[in-house]
Design a protein around this ligand. Structure first.
Ligand code: IPM
Ligand code: MN
Length: 362
């Protein structure tokens, strides 16, 4: 088994280093190879996703990804910006199914801005379609308008589109996932306005007939955004398109208190996957050794479960993380009165210690 390790920019290198130490502590037999991606790759090779990095990712069984981006690249032409690396990996590896769990850990209930009773026990799985929609739809660009409100004016446009097989396959992923959970799927759309999402809704309904044991309901995206903060525990599996999923998964992440805790997995049809924390590169705290490595460590657990067929090793990581939280160690993002504040490295140390069953010396 081969893992491509792509730490990226900002806190990416610090948090991925801890995830690797945790993987090493499991003493399993993998090969790991590291490559540059994002701004770091642009600085070294003039491109955020160099050929060699893409090749390594394609040939690996799984990619462990940190984060990309920094303000200093904001002025670059779009094709050279760090974000293009992650979009390019998704497209080139065909990673259409993005799993974004939002789990509220009992010890962190107080870290959320929502009332404890609204989020205690929260366990939502957002399944975001990741290679279609307005993110990748062609045509896109700038031109002179020939119609609309201002003919002759400069305009920009993107294309929202989904094909039947694209919707069918993500719907199946959602129904299969729901079968392993509470057997409920909410499909989020904007069928009242957009043809693309009436089509989406029709197809999800059709596919749903193959899963009579799973309850399906539909919700408009604006209402879903509202219900997520009003009554988040109503949701279980949420399936939606690329752009709505981008927005709703950030919202769901904040329900849990800290985006620093949330892993994600992006899979293709052959279970090859890219695993990354749900948060970004946090350039403001990069290099300070204070970032929370747990989202990346938990992403490594998802990698073991989904791409490397090592479910027991995944369980070991997840229980180690729970025991470390129970012992009261916290990075700054999840710190609260009465807990002990630690840095990135110490948090990694504690997880490694919990795995190797040595006593945790906080
Ligand atoms: C995410 C990010 C990306 C997205 C960006 C960095 C391209 O926000 O993974 O959610 O919009 O998909
Ligand atoms: Mn996003």
């Amino acid at each position: 088994m081969k893992i491509a390790v792509l730490p990226g920019d900002g806190i990416g290198t610090e948090i991925v280093a801890e995830a690797i130490r945790v993987l090493d502590a499991l003493e399993l037999d993998f090969e790991m190879e590291t490559a540059l991606v994002g701004g770091a790759a642009y600085d070294a090779h003039g491109h955020p996703l160099p050929e060699a990095t893409l090749k390594l990712a394609k040939e690996a069984d799984a990619v462990l990804f940190g984060a990309v981006g920094d303000w200093k690249y904001d002025k670059l032409e779009r094709q050279f910006r760090p974000e293009q690396a992650i979009l390019g990996l998704r497209k080139n590896l065909g990673l259409f199914a993005n799993f974004r769990p939002a789990i509220c850990y009992e010890q962190l209930v107080g870290a959320s801005s929502l009332k404890p009773e609204l989020i205690s026990g929260l366990d939502i799985l957002i399944i975001r379609e990741l290679t279609g929609d307005i993110y990748f739809g062609q045509p896109r660009g700038r031109r002179t308008a020939v119609d609309g409100h201002f003919p002759g004016a400069e305009e920009a446009f993107d294309t929202m589109r989904y094909s039947r097989p694209e919707v069918e396959r993500i719907a199946r992923v959602a129904f299969e996932a729901a079968r392993k959970r509470s057997k409920r799927v909410t499909s989020v759309d904007k069928a009242n306005v957009l043809e693309t999402f009436q089509f989406w809704k029709d197809i999800v309904t059709e596919v749903g007939k193959e899963y009579p044991d799973v309850a399906l309901d539909h919700m408009y995206v604006d209402n879903a955004a509202m219900q997520l903060v009003k009554e988040p525990k109503k949701f279980d599996v949420v399936v939606t398109g690329n752009m709505f999923g981008d927005i709703l998964s950030d919202e769901a992440a904040m329900l849990t208190g800290s985006i620093g805790m949330l892993p994600s997995a992006s899979l293709n049809a052959s279970s090859q996957g890219l695993y990354e924390p749900s948060h970004g590169s946090a350039p403001d705290i990069a290099g300070k050794g204070v970032a929370n490595p747990l989202a990346t460590i938990l992403s490594a657990a998802m990698m073991l479960r989904f791409s490397l067929q090592q479910p027991e090793a995944a369980d070991r990581i997840e229980s180690a993380v729970k025991s470390v939280l129970a012992s009261g160690l916290r990075t700054g993002d999840i710190w609260s009165e009465g807990t002990k504040r630690v840095g990135t490295r110490e948090m990694g140390d504690a997880v490694v210690a919990a795995i190797t069953k040595k006593t945790i010396t906080g």
